[in-house]
Design a protein around this ligand. Sequence first.
Ligand code: G1P
Length: 295
Amino acid sequence: MQRVKKAIIPAAGLGTRFLPATKSMPKEMLPIVDTPTIQFIVEEAVKSGIDEILIITNSNKHSMENYFDLNYELEMRLKEAGKNDLVDLIRQVASLANIHYVRQKEPKGLGHAILCARTFVGNEPFAVLLGDDMVVNQGKPALLQLVEAYNQKTCSILGVQEVLHTEVNKYGIVTPSREVKDGKKLFKVVDMVEKPDIDKAESDYAVLGRYILTPEIFDILSHTEPGKNGEIQLTDAIRDLMVHQPVYACDFVGTRYDVGDKFGYVKATIDYSLRRADMSKKVKDYIKELAKNFN
Ligand code: G1P
């Protein structure tokens, strides 16, 4: 069995939901307190045993590449100022993983972005992490739960959780096979639809930005026609993959934030600051104070 050693992080979106901030900076660099969202995603891959990472970018993403590189001038200045702890902090970022980049030249959708990773991945299973979905838990990272499911089933694994029925039209929704019993955390999938109408969804299990895919997906993607919103959809290609290979869903454990959404971003920021030893008390006291004036 081949192990999962590589991960793809698509980051070529325009970030329209965060304009005007994203007019001149990539949305992946928006920080949760002091850490860009993309760093949380890279760290999840690394904690899941993967340190060869390909980020799919576009022409507006230089600051992200600089972020994961060394910055000698800043290091020198920090050293001169005696701030060696900060030197260590910025160095750590540059040594997190082996990060590679490839550009998606046209915004043709998630499926097209993944196809740009074909040469990097070769003929191996690989992980996909979407930057808008941040998952936090005290135990195993979400991606590691999928990797373990892959090691058990040796087929493509989709990271899912149940979402509110009124929100199924925001996600790729899977149809579990009939043998699924309540409470099963790993189950076979027989169909998948990108952003179905609420009254047509077959379940409330939504794919939340984590995938392990077998390399056969690339041939399929190279023939996938534009689907929902005129984009080449990864969901449509996975649906085709199911005809040839089993595909499983892993109902992973963890709190997931949609940091591509303004309210999701604020929630992630508050929760993260409450978990930080250097901020927790101040933030709690502030929220208590604020809450006194809530109706
Ligand atoms: C993408 C996928 C969708 C998935 C979602 C998770 O949609 O196409 O299947 O459920 O990410 O966040 P997007 O949010 O990029 O429109």
